[in-house]
Ligand binder design. Structure first.
Ligand code: GLU
Length: 298
């Protein structure tokens, strides 16, 4: 495959594939509020029980599950403003967990929560768990626990289509780069790129607006997120370079709720076929192959 000889070619192919995947995403990914989608590769457990999980007990008394998500990250966690429907890989992972715990889509309340507020939302009990491009880190583990990882990506760069000066992270000196408050990519820029000016907003879509307005030179966050934005606006945006960190996505749960964390880890470990179907129906619609990572039962 001559096309795939260079890294750049591989990357462009991946971006084009994701663009196709996103444009091919009709409306069948389902959402909270309208029942499970006909094609869902998971079923709602009828007699789910989980002893020793305060979170599960709370779901039972609430009669629903409250899940923290992103709403502005196409392909991962996205809410269609016209219909209120949520879609994307993270959303499907979130719904799979809910179904395994006995809650169908009509019993899910999705709560959009930006990067900086995730730990407090979990600690305050505002949500039962969080699924939204949430990297497992040692410092976050002091405040919350993580099931997973269920996906691995890495920090990348998004620039305007006509930008010729930024081709990788090596070109960031003297540039202004935008990321989300409370995110690992922002911390990485602030710590390891002293000659780069970091601009932060609550969400990545605000950063993308700032990029389009010329307020910043690049947006930086996980490549999987950036590919979603470039795929939605390929005439104006492009992803450049290769991932330069490793981001392992976990499901954020209340610290100390080991029963819930282990339940979700077992679901991932025993649900390899379902994981693949969830991936194939969202990020992998293009045919791009990615392996499910092994869970870390710490
Ligand atoms: N995965 C990174 C993080 O958890 C960036 C994406 C995000 O902010 O959700 O900080």
């Amino acid at each position: 495959m001559a096309l795939f000889r260079t890294k750049k070619a591989v990357f462009s192919a991946a971006a084009a594939a994701l663009a196709l995947a996103l444009s091919a995403c009709g409306g069948d990914s389902g959402s909270g509020g309208s029942g499970p989608s006909a094609s869902a590769p998971y079923t709602v457990a009828s007699n789910a029980s989980l002893s020793g999980s305060p979170t599960f007990d709370k779901m039972k008394s609430n009669g629903k599950v409250r899940i923290g998500v992103k709403q502005d990250q196409p392909g991962l966690g996205f809410m269609d403003a016209a219909t209120g429907q949520y879609s994307g890989f993270d959303i499907e992972i979130a719904k799979w967990i809910a179904a395994s715990l006995g809650y169908g889509a009509d019993k899910i309340e999705f709560k959009p929560i930006p990067s900086a507020n995730r730990e407090s939302a979990i600690q305050n009990g505002d949500i039962d768990y969080y699924v939204g491009t949430y990297s497992i880190t040692d410092s976050r583990k002091k405040q919350v626990d993580f099931a997973g990882p269920y996906f691995i990506t890495g920090q990348g760069l998004l620039v305007k289509k006509d930008n010729t000066t930024i081709n990788s992270e090596k070109d960031l000196a003297g540039k202004t780069v935008c990321s989300a408050t409370g995110s690992t990519p922002l911390q990485n820029i602030q710590k390891n790129f002293p000659q780069t000016k970091a601009q932060s907003f609550d969400t990545y879509s605000q950063c993308v607006d700032a990029l389009k307005n010329g307020q910043v030179d690049a947006v930086t966050t996980d490549q999987a997120i950036l590919l979603g934005y470039s795929s939605q606006d390929p005439d104006n945006l492009k992803v450049v370079g290769q991932p330069f960190t490793t981001e392992k996505y976990g499901v954020g749960v209340t610290k100390g709720d080991t029963a819930l964390r282990k339940f979700i880890n077992d679901m991932f470990t025993n649900g390899k076929d379902t994981w693949q179907k969830v991936y194939n129906s969202t990020l992998g619609k293009s045919g791009t192959k990615v392996d499910q990572p092994a869970v870390d039962n710490y």
